[in-house]
Design a protein around this ligand. Structure first.
Ligand SMILES: NC(=O)c1ccc[n+]([C@@H]2O[C@H](COP(=O)([O-])OP(=O)(O)OC[C@H]3O[C@@H](n4cnc5c(N)ncnc54)[C@H](OP(=O)(O)O)[C@@H]3O)[C@@H](O)[C@H]2O)c1
Length: 304
């Protein structure tokens, strides 16, 4: 009989990759949790065979329904820079999912965590430290977990958030990495790697893996985007992480802290393990080639 896996965040970027990979495999029956079962994304997943549960991280009874009878669950937590005390809200919501998974007797929890920056580096990074605290809580209550860590996804380019049009017509990539290289992966490929974890529970239980296709500098990102999307020209920002932290938008400080951590902290992401789990994992060059039309469409409909 197919194993039920409850996927949180399936209508979003990260969980969407996981739901997609599991839906292609008859070993699994996918259950998704969304605040709006009538959204286009929820309906599209339902048409592909997913069971849709209307629920909310803030509503314990909906979490209970979502996890009842599930063999496994993919748990991502949301961190919005727009709300007051976003880390406290994320921790509360993550613990609520953990408690519900424990009560339902879920046998395999795959949790999308991030590094404990405050603990290891001595400076905070709000959206990393909150996930690390949830990870610690999951382990403390004895949940059967595998920890996965996503680097910045290539799919961020489709949202255009990292791309800023300049007055001279070029495009700046606003990752303030100060020349350092960082890991990256597409959520589609990472989704297949998560599926491999669910398929090999005994091998993966209790372990941690950081997904990566490859480690590139932002200059290399810019060169790849310029090659495929010519005549558009992309350049890395010259901003430092400290300068980024002072930009006037919600979350700038925390993203600046993140760039500083990625540059100095050498987080553990593994292209080798990721390709063992999903041999088809694409580097940025192939991902941009595959998504050229979508990127051009997003850029042509954008005003920024
Ligand atoms: N961007 C990156 O490169 C990156 C890398 C590593 C980690 N992250 C982390 O990934 C997380 C964001 O994930 P994403 O990029 O997939 O975001 P996203 O595309 O905005 O999707 C958010 C998902 O969360 C669900 N959701 C939001 N609030 C919820 C609630 N109260 N109850 C239940 N479900 C809720 C949404 O479902 P509905 O709207 O359908 O309810 C949606 O499926 C953040 O915590 C971020 O720190 C991001």
């Amino acid at each position: 009989m197919a194993k039920v896996v409850t996927v949180f965040g399936a209508t979003g970027t990260q969980g969407g990759g996981v739901a997609n990979a599991l839906l292609e495999d008859p070993e699994f029956k996918v259950r998704i949790v969304t605040r709006s079962a009538s959204s286009d994304k929820a309906k599209a997943l339902q048409e592909r065979g997913a069971e849709v549960i209307e629920g909310n991280f803030d509503d314990a009874s909906s979490l209970e329904r979502a996890l009842q009878g599930a063999h496994g669950t993919f748990v991502m937590t949301q961190h919005s820079f727009e709300v007051p005390d976003p880390d406290q809200l994320e921790i509360k919501q993550g613990k609520a999912v953990a408690d519900a998974a424990k009560a339902a007797g879920v046998q395999h929890v795959v949790f999308s965590s991030l590094d404990p920056v405050q603990k290891t580096m001595g400076f905070p990074c709000l959206h990393y430290d909150s996930k690390a605290q949830i990870e610690e809580y999951m382990k403390s209550i004895g949940l059967p977990v595998t920890i996965v860590k996503y680097p910045g996804y290539y799919d961020n380019y489709l949202s255009l958030r990292p791309i800023k049009k300049q007055e001279d017509g070029t495009y700046e990539l606003n990752f303030a990495m100060e020349g350092a290289a960082e890991h990256g992966v597409s959520v589609t490929d990472a989704g297949f790697a998560v599926r491999a974890i669910f398929k090999n529970r005994a091998e993966w239980l209790g372990r941690t893996v950081g997904f990566s296709a490859e480690k590139l500098t932002i200059q290399q990102h810019a060169d790849i985007l310029s090659k495929h999307l010519a005549p558009k020209v992309f350049k890395p920002t010259k901003m430092t992480s400290d300068e980024f932290s002072k930009l006037p938008f919600p979350g700038a400080k925390h993203l600046g802290d993140m760039f500083k951590f990625l540059r100095l902290g050498n987080p553990d992401y593994s292209p080798e393990l990721t390709r063992q789990m999903h041999p088809g994992t694409r580097g940025l060059d192939q991902w941009v080639a595959d998504n050229k039309e979508a990127l051009l469409n997003a850029m042509s409909s954008s005003t920024t």
